[in-house]
Design a protein around this ligand. Sequence first.
Ligand code: NI
Length: 134
Amino acid sequence: MSELYRFGISLDRELIEAFDRHISEQHYQSRSEAIRDLIREELVRKKWTEGGAVAGAIVMTYNHHKRELVNRLLDIQHDFHDIIISTQHVHLDHGNCLEVIAVKGNAPDVEKLSTALKVLVGVKHLNLSVSAAE
Ligand code: NI
């Protein structure tokens, strides 16, 4: 485990009260845990905007009865094979599929893949979630 550092933060009473209400609703065990998450989130956001390395998942649902769509989805995934780690396919019901695509690569490439899939007719919903790659 890495070394722990302690530091004090000065805040307005109003701000800390609002923060405490917020973290209690989120079921955080302590302010430290909540602040750690905020810092990590901000660093991932910074990495994303700077185009750094990210790891994440694209979660999408689509109608597989659109035959051309299935071919396009496969073509696009092959075009981006260097940033796709794995793909999991779930047959949700007779007409609908769920796909979870694990990705690792530079933020602009990950965004390009996500957008290429999202705009296809028949894709009902797509969500991209990212973390820092290292
Ligand atoms: Ni399916």
